[in-house]
Design a protein around this ligand. Sequence first.
Ligand SMILES: [Zn+2]
Length: 123
Amino acid sequence: MTPQTEPRGRPKITEEWLRARVTVDECGHWIWRGTLTATGQPQARIGGRAGCVEYVRRLVLESLLGRALTAEDWADVICEVRGCVRPGCCCTRKPGPKKGVPRSATAKAARAQRVVAAHAVVE
Ligand SMILES: [Zn+2]
């Protein structure tokens, strides 16, 4: 048996693997039963104790897209349901300033500009 070669050795997940670790809620979202980060990102340890911790949504998207996500791709869900990892809900976003998580001075500046723009619209 030859293991599949993956770019940069990214772990591969299957739908079965995912389904075994979620609870489907009344609206059909797949709620991750494992650990969440402080910001609500589902995490999984892949490869046992010696394995690494991965963001589940990134793994879902990578298996959907058939490529590894870059640092420019942020894994998120369009439904915004906390802990949801349903493949149909997962999406990538470009990095941008997030509420309460200023990434850099540039992000702060961008946010400040948006606030100014919002004021301009109101006035
Ligand atoms: Zn969802």
